[in-house]
Design a protein around this ligand. Structure first.
Ligand SMILES: Cc1ncc(COP(=O)(O)O)c(C=O)c1O
Length: 357
């Protein structure tokens, strides 16, 4: 006999990308982390919290972070809610809007977690396929019974493509429910949707410090939305969902916009070199606005390439999408790391492909 709700028993659970043991020498290009260390000011901020001691609970609303982030983004602090990584934000938003038997909508292929969030709620997820150019047609905004929330990763994962903000606004206005624009990778892109939040209260924008601020190990994310939406979301969150160390570190990180700009410039330059190199190897790689490159090669099985890389100490993400096809998603590393990856891909591609049965 199971003690779990039937929908929990029925689901398999989200499987995050492989995380090798601490200290291993693997070149990690599989979970879109930043290859460079974060701003040095973060260490000083954390040390000062440790010196002060941690016997008191942290600020439940991470006000220091919200005030600085508000200045950077051009929104008041009460338009921001912080979370333990943007995954927590996505969970809160799903719990807030989507009940059992109701429905959420997501593009396909996109971030696999959204479907898991629907399963936890006992809700239905409706996957709307991107077209060949990674655009979304009218199916994405169509009225549908019980539709309570739509997800839009922008830039999308795995493609790295961006739907321009004016089109996102159009999607939100047409949808009969809120739209959460997941901007986990947006600092690497040409534009973002934060300004749309002022125009339409159906738009929520989630962000993370895991990628562009090189703080995946910290767990800090946030959402920008109109104050009545933020107020509603506050009711669901754990009282102290962000700890004192992470609030101090995240505040120092967002304060250092000079570090961010320099880091983004380096990643974008390496992304261009990596994209050109994989194309030269015969992959199809659409221009990415994120810190990864999506590589496909119709007619060639890609799992053996992934396995060759892994056997030689380089992890990339092999992603098979049922009804869509497969690809390798390669996170942009340092130029040296990318070179090792490219050399191994070149080697693997010289081997004859495994015949398909
Ligand atoms: C599209 C997308 N959204 C959100 C996240 C989660 O980021 P966080 O580390 O803030 O939980 C990821 C992580 O890879 C992602 O790819």
């Amino acid at each position: 006999m199971s003690y779990f709700r039937a929908n929990i028993d029925a689901m398999t659970g989200y499987v995050p990308g492989e995380q090798p043991r601490e200290g291993s020498k693997v070149i990690k290009l599989n979970t879109n982390e930043n290859p460079y260390p974060a701003s040095e000011s973060i260490g000083r901020a954390v040390e000062s919290v440790l010196r002060r001691g941690m016997q008191r609970y942290p600020d439940p609303l991470a006000t220091a972070f919200r005030m600085r982030a508000g200045e950077v983004l051009g929104v008041p602090a009460d338009w921001i809610l912080c979370g333990n990584g943007s995954d927590e934000i996505l969970t809160l938003v799903t719990r807030a809007f989507v009940g059992e038997g109701e429905r959420l909508r997501l593009p396909y292929p996109s971030y696999i977690l959204y479907k898991t969030l629907a399963q936890i709620q006992g809700a239905t997820s409706e996957e709307i396929h991107f077209d060949e150019q990674w655009r979304l047609g009218p199916d994405f905004t169509a009225a549908s019974p019980d539709l309570k929330l739509a997800f839009l990763p922008n830039p999308n994962s795995p493609s790295g493509t961006l739907i321009p903000p004016e089109q996102v606004l159009e999607l939100a206005r047409t949808l009969p429910c809120p739209l959460i624009v997941d901007e986990a990778y947006v600092d690497f892109a040409e534009d973002n949707c934060v300004r749309l939040v002022k125009e339409c209260d159906k738009i929520l924008v989630s962000r993370t410090l895991s990628k562009s601020y090189a703080l995946a190990g910290l767990r800090f994310g946030y959402v920008v939305a109109q104050p009545h939406i933020i107020e509603g979301l506050r009711k669901l969150k754990d009282s102290y969902n962000c700890d004192a160390l992470s609030i101090a570190a995240a505040t120092a990180a967002i304060d250092d916009q000079t570090w961010l700009a320099a880091n983004v410039a380096k990643i974008r330059a390496s992304r261009a070199t990596l994209t050109a190199a994989v194309r030269k190897l015969g992959f199809t790689a659409i221009n990415s606005q994120a810190n990864f490159v999506w590589c496909t090669m119709p007619g060639r099985e890609l799992k053996p390439l992934y396995e060759h890389l892994k056997a030689n100490g380089v992890l990339v993400r092999y992603m098979p999408y049922a009804g869509w096809g497969e690809g390798l998603r390669i996170s942009v590393g340092t130029d040296d790391q990318n070179d090792v990856c490219l050399a191994l891909l070149t080697e693997a591609l010289r081997k004859p492909p495994t015949p398909r049965c």
